[in-house]
Write a protein that binds this ligand. Structure first.
Ligand SMILES: NC(=O)c1ccc[n+]([C@@H]2O[C@H](COP(=O)([O-])OP(=O)(O)OC[C@H]3O[C@@H](n4cnc5c(N)ncnc54)[C@H](OP(=O)(O)O)[C@@H]3O)[C@@H](O)[C@H]2O)c1
Length: 346
């Protein structure tokens, strides 16, 4: 392996503490297959799923050792067959199905989008996964209607910030949940109409008291567990509940009993009862879309880069780290104190 054909990657080699789980490795550069581009990476973003994977709680992660990472920014330096030639040399943001924690990465060209030279890398990375997840729910699937009310869990986080901007853009009233006074201040800045610190009050009671019974039209739930049952009690007739995360499972050991308890707490729902109440429950898993409908991720990402150019969305980067400090970057995201996107650069 010569210097020119080598690259660096950060692998998870051990489940558990952030400071001990990672290894910086020197490996050979890959060759892009048909439909893939090779990107020389400026930086990559973290997602909460990376924390779950590091703790052995993410069922769909590869077996260790593996290189996590769903999104990169950088420049296209190689292409396999069947890739449109105009991507060569372009600065891009791309969705990577793992493998993003590296200074060279491969990505399916259909989810790689050229970006302006002045777009900050952290903002571009936020568009690829967190904003794509949010936009897929609000604009691709959701049909938001001005005047509706949305409840957003983990509202100060990466997806939460994206959801807030997309809901406000469509004229919705936003109720945002978070866990500290600092985050309440952040939510006020991002335009959330009714921030709730769920560590201080019972959020379901606080919302019912302020808005009345069954008044919430859209709920974006990343937590699962007992919060799903609480949320259904708040949901209006005609309301839609998106379930797209299981943060309530974090902080526990990877064990079958914990999995079962989590499943039972979350509950089982009959389509007949949902029909009677005119409720909609929608599950979202972007990894499944990446595997089977990468065109949807590409479409959402193209739309979002356009919205960024028109200044209709503005990601917030809440922490930027050097690659050698990957452990500290993970600790920040895992602590639950981060806001917006956590970004790592080479
Ligand atoms: N299904 C999908 O395809 C998909 C795609 C992207 C993201 N997600 C999910 O969306 C959520 C947000 O992702 P993100 O990357 O933007 O992360 P994030 O929101 O920046 O960080 C996670 C946040 O979750 C909140 N949280 C609530 N309960 C928690 C608990 N028991 N333990 C730890 N944190 C808890 C914390 O905020 P508070 O303390 O303020 O509540 C924390 O800051 C994650 O759950 C992620 O897995 C799902």
């Amino acid at each position: 392996m010569t210097l020119e054909n080598s690259m660096q990657q950060i692998a998870i080699v051990k489940h558990g503490a952030a400071r001990e789980a990672f290894e910086l490795q020197q490996v050979s550069r890959p060759t892009p297959a048909s439909g893939q581009v090779l990107v020389e990476v400026e930086g990559f973003g973290l997602n909460y799923a990376d924390v779950m994977a590091r703790n052995g709680l993410y069922k769909e992660a590869p077996k260790i050792p593996f290189v996590p990472g769903y999104e990169i920014t950088g420049r296209v330096a190689g292409m396999g067959s069947d890739v449109p030639g105009e991507l060569q040399g372009k600065r891009v943001v791309g969705f990577t199905r793992f493998g993003g924690y590296a200074d060279v990465a491969l990505a399916d060209y259909r989810a790689v989008v050229p970006i302006p030279e002045d777009m900050p890398g952290g903002e571009a990375c936020a568009l690829a996964t967190q904003y794509c997840t949010a936009y897929y729910m609000t604009d691709y699937l959701g049909r938001l209607h001005a005047g509706e009310t949305a409840l957003i869990h983990a509202c100060a986080g990466g997806v939460g910030t994206a959801l807030t901007q997309l809901c406000k853009r469509s004229g919705l009233k936003v109720i945002g949940l978070c866990s500290s006074a600092q985050k309440v201040a952040y939510l006020e800045k991002t335009g959330v109409d009714f921030p709730v610190n769920y560590k201080e009050v019972d959020y379901a009671q606080a919302i019912e008291k302020a808005f009345g019974k069954r008044k919430i039209d859209l709920i974006f739930n990343t937590v699962a567990g007992s919060s799903i049952k609480n949320d259904f009690k708040l949901l209006s007739h005609g309301g839609r509940l998106f379930c797209f995360g299981g943060a309530a499972r974090s902080g526990q050991k990877a064990h079958l009993f914990n999995d079962l308890a989590f499943l039972l707490k979350t509950g089982f729902f009959s389509p007949l009862f949902m029909m009677m109440k005119s409720h909609t429950l929608i599950g979202v898993n972007m990894l499944r879309l990446a595997d089977h409908r990468i065109d949807i991720i590409g479409q959402c990402l193209h739309d979002l880069v356009d919205l960024w150019k028109k200044e209709e969305v503005k990601p917030h980067v809440g922490g930027t780290f050097a690659a050698r400090d990957i452990g500290a970057a993970h600790e920040l995201l895992e602590s639950g104190t981060s806001t917006g996107k956590v970004y790592v650069q080479w």
